[in-house]
Structure formats: structure tokens, C-alpha cells
Design a protein around this ligand. Sequence first.
Ligand SMILES: [Zn+2]
Length: 211
Amino acid sequence: MKIYEKLLLENKAWASEKVQDDPEYFLRLSKIQTPEFLWIGCSDSRVPANEITNTQPGEIFVHRNIANMVIHTDVNLLSVLEYAVAHLKVKHVIVCGHYGCGGVKAAMTNHDFKQVLNMWLRNIKDVYRLHRDELHQIDNEEARFDRLVELNVQEQVLHLAKTSIIQRAWKHDQRPHLHGWVYGLKDGLIKPVFEMSANTNIDSLYEYDDL
Ligand SMILES: [Zn+2]
């Protein structure tokens, strides 16, 4: 059996198990999608949104990229955000990073990862530069790496709040609540590190007054 054929076989077993437990399961899910959460996580295979939160299909709308970045020129991310916030009307947006993130670690080096990855990682280097004073006070390299993971999540949440998508929903709907979380690969636990409730004041430079 080829390695990918195992996935298809497991899929069959999973689907029939679901139907055994609840004959209407897929019928119900196929009709409507009403998730309350948008998850922006890292592509890392060890941080699957549904498994680590023990949620089911239909509960979390998911976007993942390297190092869970919110980049304002990323049409993919912005489309997901717009759809989740304006159409699905999610109540919470979660940016979930993780300790031991390869993307964050790579950004801490001076290695040339070639153009496309360099371009992506540069956004994490910007986070490092913004918080250089705090990071340079941490002698232990592992601890500094952990802290950059947390600060990166915080900055990505702030990036969400800078979008007109979030500000419009805050103004007209008093949602969504923004959360910055960090998942621990070593213990499987999620640590909340930052949050912004609807209409939290942000730097006025980024505020739209005609939404
Ligand atoms: Zn990662």
C-alpha cells in the first residue's frame, strides 16, 4: 500500500464511525456552517486547531501559514478574515503561535533562506526589532526565543486590529474579541498571552473614522 493510500483508507473508517455514532452528522454539517471562532495558526503539523482544542468540524474556521502571521498584503489571509468576520460573523479571532516555532527560529538567524522565505520571515524580524530592548535583556537563548514567539502573537493580534475589517465589526457589532495564544509543543497546553476586546483603543494613526 502506498503511503497516501493509508490516508484514504483512514478517511473511510473515520466517516463510517461518525455515521455510526450519529446518522445525520454529515447531512447536518453539509447544510450550514456557523463557527464562532476564526483560528489563525501556524502551518506546523504538530499544531492542528481542532485536535488541540478538542473541537469538531464546523466549530472553527481555520487559516494557517508559517508562524501565524497577519500580513496586510496577504490577500489569502485578508479574504479569510473578511469572510469569517463579515459573513460568518465569528465572535472570536484567535492567533495561535507555538513555542519551538521553526519560522520564528529561522527569523532569529542571519541565514539566507532564499527570496520567498526571506520575504516572509522579514515580518518576524520586524517584530524582533520593535521589541529589541526587551529581548536583548534575556540572556538565555531559549527563553528569548520563547518570548519572541509570544511577542509575535501579540503583534499579529495588533495587526488584526489595524484592519478596517475588524474595526468595522467592532463599531457596528461589538465583536469579535481578539485573542493571542501560544501552544506548548512539550506539554500540549495553550497559554493566553494577549487579548483585545471589541473597541479597545488602538493607536489613532491606524483608526478609521468613516467606517
Ligand atoms: Zn510554527
